[in-house]
Each structure stands twice: as structure tokens, then as C-alpha cells.
Design a protein around this ligand. Structure first.
Ligand code: NIG
Ligand code: FE
Length: 401
């Protein structure tokens, strides 16, 4: 069976994240967004992008869809979420909104609920949130364990995740569970030993919550190097609740990303800037929104030359949103990013954080992961906050929404 081809024609504004492509079509060549003015067309063949050019020159295809002047961009790449959980913490959120501070202690509430949930419930919850994200334009979703915290519960969560996404992260080092409260070293030994053995086959990445109240720099280093020795690439929850060693550790170990980056000193910013080709600064404004914390300073990171990604951090405690458009809007309104920078970070930046070249851009040969907006430009994602603008979403060339 030959793959089905589809031409999306009449695109009013085509955001490719490929500057060379924009230059070749006569549009401005240095803009990282690689914007091609309309009317433009993109041809999908099977799961890949096969052709890009002016609408009038689109080759014949099996199907044709008229974008009618609307904007097309790569699907969002959400490179940081925690979707393997059970239970609800809305009461904790409500308490925070009336002045209670956020602490990582709430994680234990979700651990209890997750341990009590069967695989079917975990899988159903994951699928529900993946569907939610997809309907808002997310075509790649990274997700982590971290609410099981036993060998059995971490491994089964990752096995469930691996059935839905290639981007699976082992976060056995989320917090020290209650049964190890008097023996954190014993828990680190488990995370780097039997738990890693059980989890490594299901995961691509290893992560650690490096924070006061979770794991210190030495413990985090032990977790990440043990994971790396088993073929998992490090990423780090770094500098979320206060300043700490997480960012420096991420850069030193060549981690794919340092995530949160809310509390940075000059040395952290310099380190992320000089590691721009290796370690992405992943900003998670949903967490600051839902914990009433101050937002990370994206402007400072971008001006220094760091590579920035935007993600949801979706989890039941600190950021219960699957919405990349919401995060784009927050980044623009609260973090000093331009709409162009925020959309770039939510697509291309996420792909960099996952070390993927086949997603996060619209180029011949790339995966056909596409988002058609009910709007003439990507700027509307921030300009029209809270409005469902995803008119159509293709993942791997298949129209999914
Ligand atoms: O990324 N910071 C650590 N983990 C999550 C929050 C988890 C929770 O509160 O359940 C985060 O924000
Ligand atoms: Fe997180």
C-alpha cells in the first residue's frame, strides 16, 4: 500500500523553524522562525513532509486541504511532564491560592494514590492527558515516572508510558519516599541499583529533583551518572524552589536539559549560555503560575545566548495543565519572551531538549507533526490566551484532531 499524500494549500503564514528554507523562498533569512509568507503549501507523504513551497506550485496529491489563509506551524514538543499518576490535589491548590506555600511534600500524597492505582487506571489517566494535549497541538510528549518510588511501581509506570511515547524518563529520584525517611542513602542506592535495573529498559532519559528537601548535588550526581552508565541521558529538575547546584551539575554532566531554572545566579546563566549546544534551559511557567512563585527570567537567558525550551511540567501538584498555548501566553506576558521566541521555544526548543532533529520544524524529510491554527499567525497563541486555536493536528502524517 503506498502512503497517502496530502497537500495543505493556502497557508497564510508558514512557520518552519528553518531559516535556510525561508531564505531560499525569498523571505528574511536570519529569522530563526523561518517564516514563509503565504499562500504557501506543505505536502505530507506517509508520516513525513515531502514538499514545501508556494501554493500555486503544489504537486498533485491524494488529498488536498485548503488552509484558507490560516497559520501552520510544527506541533508543540512538550519535553517535560509527569503524567503517570493517580489522584487529585485540587484542595492543595486551593489552599495555596489562599496563601499556603508550595513544598515538594505534596508529592507524597500523589505517591500514595499512584501506588494504590492499577495499571489500567494509570494508562487511562495517561491517555486522557495525552489526548487533551494533542487537541491543543502537542505532537510529542515526554513524560516521567516519579510517583511510584518502589522498584515495582516505577517500572510499571514506565512500561505504561513506553506504550504511548518514545520520550520516557526515569525519575525514581523525585523525593525520598516515607519508608526511607531515615535512610536517604539507602534510597539513592535503590534508585541507582535494583530500581534502575528494572526501569532502564523502558526509558530513554534519567532525571532527578535536585533541590533542598529532595536530593542534594552529590546524590543527584550519583543518580545521573548511574543512569548514564545504563545508557540513559541525564536531564535535571534544577533551581526550581531556590538556588542550588542543579544547573551547574546539568551542564557539567552534559545533560540534555536543566529544567525550571527559576533561581539562577550569573554563573548559572553563563554556564547555560556556554552549553547552549548541549544543555537546554527548559522553562515551565505553569509551575510558577500554579504555585504563585516568581517566573524565571527568560529574557536574561536568551540575551546570554542559552537555548530555551518551554514545557508544561504537567503534574497534579505544581502545574496541572496540558496546554502548551497557555505556557506560550505566560512566557510572553510574564517572562519577557516575544511571541516569536515563545513559539520557537515551544516547538524547536523542545526538540533540542529531546535531542531530536525530526520534530520541531517543518522541513522535507521531517516528521509530519503539524498544527493548523484557527488564526492568521502564530502570534495569536499569546494574543488570544485561553482560546482553543488548534484547528487541525497531524501526528506522523495522520490527522488526529
Ligand atoms: O516539576 N519539582 C518536582 N516535581 C514536580 C512537582 C511534583 C508535584 O508537586 O507533584 C515539578 O514541579
Ligand atoms: Fe517537573
Amino acid at each position: 500500500v503506498s502512503p497517502v499524500s496530502t497537500a495543505i494549500t493556502g497557508i497564510g503564514s508558514l512557520l518552519t523553524n528553518d531559516p535556510s528554507l525561508a531564505a531560499a523562498t525569498g523571505a528574511a533569512g536570519r529569522d530563526p522562525l523561518g517564516l514563509i509568507p503565504g499562500p504557501a503549501a506543505v505536502v505530507i507523504d506517509g508520516d513525513r513532509i515531502a514538499w514545501i513551497g508556494p501554493s500555486s506550485k503544489a504537486p498533485p496529491t491524494d488529498n488536498r486541504l485548503d488552509a484558507a489563509g490560516r497559520a501552520l506551524l510544527p506541533g508543540f514538543v512538550d519535553s517535560h511532564s509527569h503524567l503517570l499518576f493517580a489522584g487529585d490535589r485540587s484542595a492543595e491548590f486551593a489552599a495555596r491560592m489562599s496563601g499556603r506555600p508550595y513544598t515538594a511534600g505534596g508529592i507524597r500524597t500523589t505517591v500514595e494514590a499512584t501506588r494504590a492505582a492499577g495499571d489500567t487506571e494509570l494508562a487511562a489517566t495517561l491517555a486522557r492527558h495525552l489526548g487533551e494535549a494533542l487537541r491543543q497541538g502537542t505532537t510529542t510528549q515526554e513524560t516521567k515516572s516519579g510517583y511510584g518510588l518502589t522498584v515495582h511501581d516505577e517500572a510499571r509506570a514506565l512500561a505504561v508510558a513506553a506504550r504511548h511515547t518514545d520520550e520516557v524518563t526515569y525519575l525514581g529520584a523525585h523525593v525520598v519516599p516515607p519508608e526511607f525517611a531515615g535512610d536517604p542513602a539507602g534510597y539513592v542506592a535503590l534508585v541507582t541499583g535494583a530500581m534502575l535495573d528494572a526501569c532502564a529498559p523502558h526509558a530513554r532519559w534519567v532525571d532527578v529533583f535536585c533541590e533542598r528537601g529532595a536530593f542534594d548535588g552529590d546524590q543527584a550526581r550519583a543518580v545521573l551518572t548511574a543512569g548514564a552508565a545504563r545508557g540513559l541521558t541525564p536531564r535535571v529538575h534544577a533551581n526550581q524552589l531556590g538556588h542550588g547546584p542543579g544547573v551547574q551539575l546539568a551542564v557539567e554532566l552534559g545533560a540534555a536539559s536543566a529544567d525550571h531554572c527559576t533561581h539562577l545566579d550569573d554563573a548559572d546563566v553563563d554556564a547555560l549560555a556556554s552549553a547552549a549546544g548541549t544543555t537546554v534551559a527548559t522553562l515551565l511557567p505553569g509551575a510558577e503560575f500554579s504555585t504563585r512563585a516568581r517566573y524565571p527570567d527568560a529574557r536574561r537567558l536568551l540575551d546570554a545566548g542559552a537555548t530555551v525550551a518551554l514545557s508544561t511540567d504537567c503534574n497534579p501538584g505544581s502545574s496541572f495543565t496540558t496546554s502548551m498555548p497557555f505556557c506560550v501566553a505566560l512566557a510572553v506576558r510574564e517572562m519577557g519572551m516575544t511571541p516569536d521566541e515563545a513559539v520557537h521555544a515551544a516547538t524547536y526548543g523542545g526538540a533540542r531538549a529531546l535531542r531530536r532533529d525530526d520534530i520541531g520544524r517543518i522541513a522535507v524529510g521531517a516528521r509530519a507533526d503539524l498544527l493548523l491554527l484557527d488564526a492568521p499567525s502564530h502570534v495569536h497563541l499569546a494574543y488570544r490566551p485561553g482560546v482553543p486555536l488548534a484547528a487541525a493536528v497531524w501526528r506522523g502524517g495522520v490527522l488526529r484532531h
